[in-house]
Design a protein around this ligand. Structure first.
Ligand SMILES: Nc1ncnc2c1ncn2[C@@H]1O[C@H](COP(=O)(O)OP(=O)(O)OP(=O)(O)O)[C@@H](O)[C@H]1O
Ligand SMILES: [Mg+2]
Length: 360
């Protein structure tokens, strides 16, 4: 079965004007999203995850400029397939025709996306009314159904509540219900669980997964946390300093990671065997994107760096049909190398756990 591509981002570059100069936040990102699949974007703070998805939504802040790129979005319109470059649309056109209706986004803090002065019921039906002119009664019925879908009990009564009357976890469920109200094809989740406590986090993740199974929606899931990636993703894009440095299926990322940055992220991930005191976060800090960079931006933090990294940024080098990484280690003239021993042991443990508990 051939997969249907919904989003195809090519060579996306974005800069921001700031008092400290121009910040090159996104430097040539390619990204593909297929129908019914979850693409996780991972990377440290400031790597460009949110900016990339805000560009897809057409909600970049005013000091941002798209320097290059295309964002092709394919959808069905009266049973015809239509492909549009979203970058050709104005912000107003995006709001009217794409946002909410085709592509919806949920953010980290549910409070910022909810209107404190409006009942949650009205917030859920608002989009249906404006995008589809849905009759009030019908919209209300659908809102109740959505509240049920996101696991809210006694939905009829909850419709009348205001955000401050609900817990953090419930608010995030409401935000998800609002996002789903207009039956979007794509749901972008930007760290939707970080503001919530751990047990609620797990429940929200499960909820997003269930919704995906039920509705066949495609999801872009942004997170710092590779543990979350393992639970939700089909594909993974690892971002560093405004670029995707490794892209692969979730199994390839965990069992056959190729980029030293990904190795660092994996080693920083807690697992059952590792003593939390021994977890090593990647030493050093990401580069300041307002500065001109020469060579690979990861070079100063990379224990596997080669001479060439100082001069020349590596391109993505293909490893398999689904896997590529931007490291000179993979080039034909690259040296022999082996993964850090702790990582080899960890991968062995993951494989063992998968054999015992998993589906492989
Ligand atoms: N409006 C803005 N003006 C100036 N710089 C910005 C603006 N928005 C983002 N940036 C810069 O762009 C870079 C990428 O930011 P982005 O928010 O995409 O990071 P992120 O990967 O989402 O990080 P986090 O995990 O902390 O959310 C950062 O260096 C950030 O400071
Ligand atoms: Mg972000």
């Amino acid at each position: 079965m051939t997969k249907e591509k919904i989003l195809e981002v090519r060579d996306l570059a974005i800069t921001f004007k700031t008092s400290a100069g121009s910040v090159r936040a996104v430097r040539g990102v390619d990204l593909d999203l297929f129908k019914g699949e979850t693409l996780a974007i991972v990377g440290e703070s400031g790597s460009g995850k949110s900016v990339t998805t805000k560009a897809i939504m057409g909600i970049l802040s005013n000091n941002g400029t798209i320097e290059s790129g295309t964002i092709l979005y394919t959808y069905e319109d009266k049973s015809e397939k239509v492909t549009k470059n979203l970058l050709d649309l104005s912000k107003k056109q995006m709001r009217k025709t794409i946002n909410g209706k085709h592509i919806a986004m949920i953010f980290q803090d549910p409070m910022t996306s909810l209107d404190p002065t409006m009942s949650v019921g009205n917030q859920i039906i608002e989009g249906m009314r404006t995008h589809y002119n849905t009759k009030k009664k019908e919209a209300q019925e659908k809102a109740i159904e959505l509240l049920r879908l996101v696991g809210i009990t006694d939905p009829e009564a909850r419709m009348k509540n205001y955000p401050h009357q609900l817990s953090g976890g419930m608010r995030q469920r409401i935000v998800i219900a609002i996002a789903l109200a207009c039956d979007p094809d794509v749901l972008i989740c930007d760290e939707p669980t970080t503001a919530l406590d751990v047990t609620i986090q797990a429940k929200i993740l499960e909820l997003i997964h269930d919704i995906q199974v039920k509705t066949g929606i495609s999801v872009i899931y942004i997170t710092h946390d590779l543990g979350v990636v393992a639970k939700v993703a089909d594909y993974v894009n690892v971002m560093y300093a405004g670029k995707i440095v490794e892209k692969a299926t979730v199994n390839e990322i965990f069992y056959e990671p190729k980029h030293p940055y990904t190795w660092g992220l994996l080693l920083a991930m807690p697992d059952l065997e590792t003593n939390p005191d021994k977890l090593v976060s990647i030493p050093g800090n990401p580069p300041n994107m307002a500065h001109e960079m020469e060579g690979d931006p990861f070079y100063p933090r990379n224990p596997y760096a080669l001479h060439i990294d100082k001069k020349k940024e590596p391109p993505l080098i293909k490893v398999s049909e689904t896997h590529a990484a931007a490291t000179w280690l993979l080039s034909e003239k690259g040296p022999e190398y082996s993964l850090p021993i702790e990582l080899q042991q960890r991968i062995e443990r993951m494989r063992e756990e998968d054999r015992v508990y998993g589906t492989e």
